[in-house]
Design a binder for this molecule. Sequence first.
Ligand SMILES: *Cc1c(COP(=O)(O)O)cnc(C)c1O
Ligand code: SF4
Length: 344
Amino acid sequence: MQENIIIAASETQSHRCSMVQPTWQQQLSHAIRDPQALCERLGLSSDWLAGAQAGHDLFDVCVPEAYLNRIAYADIDDPLLRQVLPLGEEALTPHGYVVDPLEEADHRPAKGLIHKYAGRVLLIASPNCAINCRYCFRRHFPYSDNSPSRTQWQEALDYLRSDTTIHEAILSGGDPLAASDRQLAWLVEQLESIPHLKRLRIHTRLPVVIPDRVDDALLGWLASTRLQKVVVLHINHANEVDQAVVDACARLKQTGATLLNQSVLLRDVNDTAATLANLSERLFEAGILPYYLHVLDPVQGAAHFDVPDEEARELVAQLRDHLPGFLMPRLVREIPGRGSKTPL
Ligand SMILES: *Cc1c(COP(=O)(O)O)cnc(C)c1O
Ligand code: SF4
């Protein structure tokens, strides 16, 4: 009897606590970062554990609860699970799969800055991500060399100031929104003082992974910049867009930002025309337009996600039969040395 009362009391208390929504930083620090905890949380049989551990040794597991709760329980085929669960196949090293598939190391005129395309540059605004996507082409990126402090940003900012052909700064990462709003507000203030910069683009998965990231502090600096704003989200499957994501996108739009999406075409995640059509429809419901559908970059550890180009073209041809033109993503590949993404 006594015991029951104690349990009931502690349940009430934990219920009360859960009503105070943790901040995005708290949610990030409580993310699952252990393969065994991930398997247990999602009810996966122990058959998957050895592979998960092997993959984790190459690239850490990281999945926050807000993303986990969109994954079906005990379903190894869940399309969101496939994106975050390490598999034994990650240890394979097939020919052509390399550590730096985009050869970005050759295009860094300043620390934290990648200039490959005319008129726009990438700034590595944060080395961290809120989730570790198993197919990520940056899984081997030497972030420790590329996360500048304020003084170190000066070199990148000087480069931007001196090249008047650059009109767009793209905050990238990692995930740029993993940086603090204090840092981001500072960086954006520096950027907007450069007269020839017109646009601020942010490539991020955080509003999808932890929708509470789109909080007042972020909306504050985003709404107040003179730069035109484009937020390119990264969503691969319609199931990633729950109501909290829809709400976060609505808040982003209120700042005047244009919302676009890029996806990666992934085996067993989104490799059917029906899945891709659903994704485009769901994106539009959330106020987002499809931008790119990337074929996989040949990064070591991700070969099992590959969909061959011929099949990708066929899928996109089928997709065109389902969707209005404005919901069609552009199928592209990134080829090192080219001045833009290459349409397939
Ligand atoms: C993808 C990419 C861009 C942006 O390309 P868009 O085609 O404008 O979206 C810019 N710089 C680098 C290095 C890139 O990889
Ligand atoms: S959020 Fe983006 S950069 Fe980070 S692991 Fe996923 S795909 Fe890679």
